[in-house]
Design a binder for this molecule. Structure first.
Ligand SMILES: [Zn+2]
Length: 69
């Protein structure tokens, strides 16, 4: 899977997730930061993980989509 200029891991933008928008962030290797082109969120990996965890705890099962039966 080619990922171009994206980081080794693709993280969703936590700020966009809050608005139910699925937006992959790009990775700035020089600053070691992830950034979002849509909402201009910038954060390092720890910040992104923290916000994503927060999001999951807050919205919990609401974000789980049933794709298998
Ligand atoms: Zn965003």
């Amino acid at each position: 899977m080619a990922q171009g200029r994206k980081g080794k891991l693709n993280y969703r933008c936590p700020r966009c997730l809050m608005r139910e928008i699925d937006m992959d962030m790009l990775y700035d290797a020089e600053k070691a930061e992830y950034y979002c082109l849509r909402c201009s969120f910038v954060g390092d990996e720890a910040e992104v993980l923290r916000l994503n965890t927060q999001f999951r705890e807050k919205y919990g099962a609401r974000t789980i989509r049933i794709t298998e039966f």
